[in-house]
Design a protein around this ligand. Structure first.
Ligand SMILES: Cc1ncc(C[n+]2csc(CCOP(=O)(O)OP(=O)(O)O)c2C)c(N)n1
Ligand SMILES: [Mg+2]
Length: 675
């Protein structure tokens, strides 16, 4: 075994010795950084270091000068707690420096507790187990779609987009159902360039994995139509053979790597206690001795970096060939537009569908019509529904643009199946991959199934569009299980998620366009099942209004005594109620997006919602909690603070007080009580 004392002769070492010693240095950094931070997870990084190193050193395709290079391989550390192994590798890559490693887990460092997408070389934020795996599936999906549309877009068959998506997953990742749901879909869709290494070290926080898991993952993934291999995860030769054969197979691949927790430590190999706490200093000292490292903190000899970077000239050549190919294709008709839209991220202009005022149309139908219109102008708008195609009105899109499937990966519609959480996590991955703008539909009541991914999408500033139809008790006969109550407001509690609840068809189309333009914020569109009147607006003025998040739909001649603030289907109800109360000066406000309204300047906010001299009444078919901030001390929030019931929507509207007469009554009673 080579040690630091032999490093003078590094150039004469065998390649294998160089690799082994590089891994020893990485392990030293993992132990030192977690010790210095007095927190972190050394055990996992030590167990997966062999695979991670071999992948980065021999396989991962990237541009050393540009972490954002479009055709790079994606690497996702799904077990984000193992961040130190990735940071050590990014040090070798040259995108982090030793100071970053020393500042592990400190405020504003480039080495936060878990990998965060803003960092160069980090493709997505991971830590919530399972989601990294599912996001990677989305990235592989985006890659496959783009690869295929570029191939079919020009006679000079070109693979302008063609790369692998590698995942490093831990036991906890595989135990999370979101990873299994995404895997089931990945196998079905034949995402052949997805390669997962499963660090099966049989250790997790609370002990041996056999306390909670006896799954045969070989059988499971075989059943999911994956290519499955099982190897000794510390054997470099076997790791290389496995990656080589995974790359060739036309199914997604999982390499089950049997590994040892805290591999290489002096006395703690296999010990689950190494999972989430720094190793004792004495153990670190002994381990360094065992690995041939000097007893220095943060030992990082330049020989290691040079050995790692010795293939950089080859990588640079790959990148310059790709740039030449891109320039060539950019000059061709057919591909030039695609390059500008998908690779350079230019959003094409979109036209609105025509919706005749006065008619009644469910906003879910308006979404479908808008999707059809926009999709014809925006070729990278892709997505689908979690098996609610007819209800979500994405069926026409599916018919026109075909299903993305194993045999035709240029289809733009993904039949996600009843897999809401994997769908939402995959959409995040697709958006983070870039080149596509994903949308996904389901019922609003099932937004809860997606919630962890909604949060992670918002945290990562992804542009994804969630279509949530059947947005209130008006769903009717399906009953309380299908009737959202707390959902709209609970989505509004997620920072950096725009929650749109458009009042009519035209507002729906405009909200959709705003969602497309918001590159840093995910959007949720909450849409009615039932018909709502199309209001008398023209798109030009309405668009300006909706872009402010809330606006005056109807105003009183004199300064208002009462201001109704409504969203979605309750805007037309508010208008109807105002007609019954012609003895009062009433202003009606539609608030399609509370988050956008909150961002307006005070002048606009206090113009439409004056602080004094009027009473505010909010109306939304959902919980009243949260509306107090608009209704204020003497105001009134009309909503529904209990579960719904199974009956026709109109019956429920009457039962729950959502008729103009009942709302008028409530308001008048409230006014009387104030006297
Ligand atoms: C969704 C989710 N639940 C719980 C946790 C807390 N947690 C972090 S790592 C971990 C499991 C550790 O086991 P494993 O994935 O095998 O990692 P290893 O110990 O091998 O490093 C848990 C429960 C989490 N990060 N995400
Ligand atoms: Mg484990």
């Amino acid at each position: 075994m080579k040690t630091y004392q032999d490093i003078k002769n590094f150039s004469q070492w065998s390649n294998d010795d160089k690799d082994q010693y590089s891994i020893a240095v990485i392990k030293g950094l993992v132990m030192d950084a977690t010790r210095e931070a007095n927190s972190g997870h050394p055990g996992g990084p030590l167990s997966c270091a062999d695979f991670a190193y071999v992948l980065y050193r021999y396989y991962l395709k990237f541009d050393p000068k540009n972490p954002e290079w479009f055709n790079r391989d994606r690497f996702i550390l799904s077990g984000g707690h193992m961040s130190m192994v990735q940071y050590a590798l990014l040090l070798l890559v040259g995108w982090l420096d030793l100071e970053d490693i020393k500042n592990f887990r400190q405020l504003n460092s480039n080495t936060p507790g878990h990998p965060e997408v803003e960092l160069p070389g980090v493709e997505c934020t991971t830590g919530p187990l399972g989601q990294g795996f599912a996001m990677a599936t989305g990235m592989a999906h985006a890659e496959a779609y783009l690869r295929n549309i570029f191939i079919s877009s020009s006679s000079e068959a070109s693979e302008l987009v063609t790369h692998f998506t590698y995942v490093l997953a831990s036991d906890g990742d595989l135990q999370e159902p979101v990873a299994l749901g995404a895997s089931s879909l990945a196998g079905h869709l034949g995402l052949s360039k997805l390669i997962v290494f499963y660090d099966a070290n049989e250790a997790q926080i609370s002990g041996h994995t056999n306390r909670s898991d006896s799954t045969d993952y070989k059988k499971i993934f075989d059943g999911f139509n994956w290519h499955v291999q099982e190897i000794n995860g510390h054997d470099h030769g076997k790791i290389k053979e496995a990656i080589d054969s995974a790359q060739k197979d036309d199914r997604p691949s999982i390499i089950i790597g049997n590994t040892i927790m805290a591999k290489g430590t002096a006395n703690m190999e296999g010990d689950h206690n190494t999972h989430g706490a720094p190793l004792p200093q004495e153990e670190i000292d002994k381990t360094k001795e065992k690995l041939g490292l000097p007893n220095d903190k943060f030992y990082y000899p330049s020989e290691i970096r040079e050995h790692f970077q010795s293939r950089y000239s080859q990588l640079s050549e790959i990148v310059s060939d790709w740039n030449a190919e891109k320039d060539n294709l950019a000059s061709l008709q057919g591909t030039s537009l695609l390059i500008s839209i998908c690779i350079d991220d230019k959003l094409p202009k979109s036209e609105y569908p025509i919706f005749p005022s006065g008619e009644s149309l469910a906003t879910r139908k308006a979404f479908g019509a808008t999707l059809d219109k926009f999709a014809s102008q925006i070729p990278n708008l892709v997505g689908g529904s979690a098996d609610l195609e007819p209800s979500n009105y994405t069926g026409n899109f599916a018919k026109t643009y075909r299903d993305f499937c194993k045999k035709d990966q240029s289809g733009r519609n993904t039949p996600f199946g009843v897999r809401e959480f994997p769908m939402a996590a995959m959409m995040n991955g697709m958006a983070l991959h870039g080149g596509v703008i994903p949308f996904g539909g389901t019922f609003l009541v099932f937004a809860d199934y997606e919630r962890p991914a909604l949060r992670l999408g918002a945290l990562q500033n992804t542009r994804v569009i969630h279509e949530f139809t059947h947005d209130s008790f008006y769903v009717g006969e399906d009953g309380p299980t299908h009737q959202p109550i707390e959902h709209a407001m609970s989505l509004r509690t997620i920072p950096n998620l725009n929650v749109f609840r458009p009042a009519d068809a035209k507002e729906t189309a405009i909200c959709f366009r705003i969602a497309l333009e918001n590159k840093q914020t995910p959007s949720a569109l909450l849409l009615t099942r039932q018909g709502v009147p199309i209001l008398e607006h023209n798109y030009d003025t309405l668009e300006k209004d909706v872009r402010k998040g809330a606006y005056i739909v109807q105003d009183s001649e004199e300064s208002p005594e009462l201001i109704f603030i409504a969203t979605g289907s309750e805007v037309s109800l508010a208008l109807e109620t105002s007609k019954l109360m012609s003895d009062k000066n009433i202003r009606v406000i539609s608030m399609p997006c509370m988050e956008i309204f909150e961002k307006q300047d005070n002048e606009y906010k206090s113009f439409i919602l004056p602080h004094r001299g009027c009473l505010k009444i909010t109306i939304e078919a959902g919980i009243t909690h949260g509306w107090e901030k608009f209704s204020g001390a003497n105001g009134l929030s009309i909503g529904i603070d209990h579960y719904g019931a199974s009956a026709p929507g109109k019956v429920l509207a009457n039962e729950f007080g959502f008729t103009s007469n009942k709302i008028e009554r409530k308001i008048r009673d409230h006014l009387n009580n104030l006297l």
